[in-house]
Design a protein around this ligand. Structure first.
Ligand code: AMP
Length: 193
């Protein structure tokens, strides 16, 4: 099984690359942001609760997203592997994911990080806000909050996966296909081992 954690700040291009990786390697794409947004549109109690936090640009509690991931893993027992997009976002989530995956005998294979400068991120997020109307992308203060949540709570995951020798970084600026090829190279090298 190939289980990839896609890592990077908001606007790094995780969603775009996750979709391409999913197709190339026939994996299942699990995006906690997408799952939360579908709960919001469906008007579920979880969606109503999560919306407030998403609108404020803060992370939703670990227990909620871990449960969501666990349910989705169980629903896709047929999968060849998973691309985790926007999850884990805290060390507690990473530990929970390790417990879940190790327990199934299919550990996380690698973390692939998309590295993008903060200036470029803000530019991209503003553009995405115009294109998609995502409210947390249009409000400047919310974008800043999301980046600060990332720097404080998510960035330490680099150390977490480095300690397991699973951290791999690629330059996330440039042509989408070039970035995709760099990610594929890392994956193919891992699979040859
Ligand atoms: P995203 O689409 O990944 O940028 O996520 C949008 C929002 O959903 C974030 O700003 C958080 O409020 C929430 N969210 C998504 N994934 C997670 C996660 N793994 N942990 C906590 N909050 C999350």
């Amino acid at each position: 099984m190939l289980n990839i954690v896609l890592f990077g700040p908001p606007g790094a291009g995780k969603g775009t690359q996750a979709q391409k990786l999913t197709q190339r390697y026939r994996l299942v794409h699990l995006s906690t942001g997408d799952i939360l947004r579908s709960e919001v549109s469906a008007g579920t109690p979880l969606g109503t609760e999560a919306q407030k936090m998403m609108d404020a640009g803060v992370l939703v509690p670990d227990a909620i997203v871990v449960k969501m991931i666990s349910n989705n893993l169980d629903a896709r027992k047929d999968a060849n592997g998973f691309v985790f997009d926007g999850f884990p976002r805290t060390v507690a989530q990473a530990k929970a994911l390790d417990m879940l995956m190790n327990g199934k005998g299919h550990p996380v294979s690698m973390m692939l990080a998309l590295e993008v400068s903060e200036e470029e991120l803000c530019k991209r997020i503003r553009q995405r806000g115009k294109d998609s109307g995502r409210s947390d992308d249009t409000e400047e203060s919310v974008v800043r909050k999301r980046i600060s949540e990332y720097n404080n709570k998510t960035a330490p995951l680099k150390e977490y996966y480095s300690a397991q020798k699973k951290f791999h970084a690629v330059n996330g600026i440039g042509d989408i296909e070039d970035i995709f090829n760099s990610l594929c190279e890392k994956i193919d090298r891992f699979r040859e081992k």
